[in-house]
Design a protein around this ligand. Structure first.
Ligand code: GLU
Length: 464
């Protein structure tokens, strides 16, 4: 079997959005699942709408998602000479011709065809004139049909009479989109094209170009689009659209890939897949034919599942990065080791890194900088609880070993001596340690903070 070479060919006119990223992921999986190659081509021929910023954003997003490509990135705009060379070959071998019909001529032809109940198209006026200048058109076959078996949609056949003698080179000398795509895919060795189904009408036209050049036609597949929960085309109002927005929201890249894969691909009713599993299981046979619906709640759930399973050391690094982006000063002062100890206490509940960073607040600030919630302080640190906190702090100070077990024993003894219930001191201690009324378990929190910070916080709270 020949090696699969797939590709992703975005136009750099905006950021990499969810739909594009999913197409990229499917193409990547297709190649990786078959031990093939995955190429990246930036289709930047529309000089007005293409920007360097968008190109960088696409490349960064792919890197972040882990969709590494093989070989050099190809920039379509650098290939105009090659595109024109192919157009000249098509003219030489009789598959293309010059046309000098004006726009008005063509409009009139179309109108006439419509009036006569035919499909509006160029009528071939210049086909056999042997002109040597003007726009260049492909000589489309006048009978038969052009068909292929779409990897997603199944067999697709188009009557050749339905197809126009499409323009390959415009009057300003620039090659057209369909021509450029075919030449680039061919030259890059691409034999498997998976793309959005907004391109499904281009495919028979592109096949005509392959055939005219005598080139092997790739396999094509077109994935249906993604809809919002209201079944309308996915747009900004349904949630964040660009991949990097999810990065900023603190999503893990593998969770994004997992969620995107499930938008249109399935393997039984399994929801969670590692990248390796996806690579192992992916096949275009299980790509859905109908549009998938974007569901932010489910996306959040998938991310939460990945947060729970992620390596705490990696999450600690990611938290430090996030913090540095938010507040460089706080990041410089934060103790990474304490944060790393806090991660396992937080990761069961955090929905995202941003969420986790918020919950990790008390482990980031040191005693002197900790923010105390005024209401919590007023409610729990009062004349009744202060002496209890003072005494328990003194006992902790005297502990030989400062561990969850010794702290638990110490508290049990304290409650017994004072004949009080844990709830009398639990919230006061929590507020003293974290400034808040919600935190992970107290003994775990104390252990993560360490004795020095634990005592310093109780002392600061007592002084409030
Ligand atoms: N550049 C096209 C787009 O961004 C994709 C072309 C293709 O995949 O063939 O929609």
């Amino acid at each position: 079997m020949t090696k699969i070479v797939s590709r992703f060919a975005p136009s750099p006119t905006g950021f990499l959005h969810i739909g594009g990223a999913r197409t990229a992921l499917f193409s990547w999986l297709l190649a990786r699942a078959a031990g093939g190659e995955f190429r990246l081509r930036i289709e930047d021929t529309d000089r007005e709408r293409s920007t360097q910023e968008a190109t960088d954003a696409i490349i960064d997003s792919m890197k972040w998602l882990g969709l590494e490509h093989d070989g050099e990135v190809v920039f379509q705009s650098t290939r105009a000479d090659r595109h024109n060379e192919v157009i000249d070959t098509l003219i030489e071998n009789g598959h293309a011709y010059y046309c000098q019909c004006s726009k008005e001529d063509v409009d009139a032809m179309r109108e006439k065809a419509m009036k006569e109940g035919r499909k509006p198209k160029y009528d071939g006026t210049c086909r056999d004139k042997g002109l040597t200048s003007g726009v260049v058109r492909l000589k489309a076959p006048l009978e038969g049909f052009t068909g292929y078996v779409d990897m997603v949609k199944g067999p697709i056949n188009v009557e050749n009479t339905e197809m126009d003698d499409m323009i390959l080179r415009r009057s300003d000398g620039t090659p057209t989109y369909n021509l450029a795509v075919v030449v680039d895919d061919h030259d890059m060795g691409v034999n498997t094209v998976l793309r959005g189904d907004d391109h499904v009408n281009n495919t028979p036209r592109q096949i005509l170009i392959y055939k005219a050049m005598g080139w092997d036609v790739p396999r094509f597949g077109h994935v249906p689009m993604i809809l919002g929960p209201d079944k309308k085309k996915l747009s900004k109002r349904h949630g964040a659209l660009s991949v990097m927005e999810y990065e900023k929201m603190g999503y893990l890249p593998e969770a994004v890939c997992n969620y995107l894969a499930r938008l249109g691909w399935s393997h039984g009713d399994q929801e969670l897949f590692t990248m390796d599993e996806m690579v192992e299981l992916f096949s275009t046979d299980n790509l859905g034919r109908s549009p998938s619906v974007f569901d932010l709640t489910k996306f959040e759930w998938v991310n939460g599942q990945y947060m729970q399973k992620a390596d705490p050391e990696r999450l600690a690094d990611m938290l430090m990065d996030f913090l540095a982006r938010q507040d460089a000063d706080a990041a410089a002062k934060a103790d990474r080791a304490t944060i790393a100890k806090a991660v396992p206490l937080l990761q069961q509940r955090a929905k995202s890194l941003v969420d986790m960073l918020e919950q990790a607040g008390p482990f980031i600030a040191d005693a002197a900088q900790l923010d105390y919630d005024e209401k919590a302080v007023a409610k729990f640190l009062n004349e009744e609880t202060k002496p209890l906190l003072e005494e328990i702090a003194a006992r902790m100070d005297a502990l030989e070993e400062f561990s969850e077990q010794t702290l638990e024993d110490l508290h049990r003894q304290f409650l017994e001596d004072k004949d009080i219930k844990f709830k009398v001191i639990a919230q006061p201690i929590r507020v003293a340690l974290t400034g808040r009324t919600q935190s992970p378990g107290l003994f775990e929190t104390m252990t993560a903070l360490g004795r020095e910070q634990t005592l310093a916080r109780i002392r600061r709270a007592l002084a409030l």
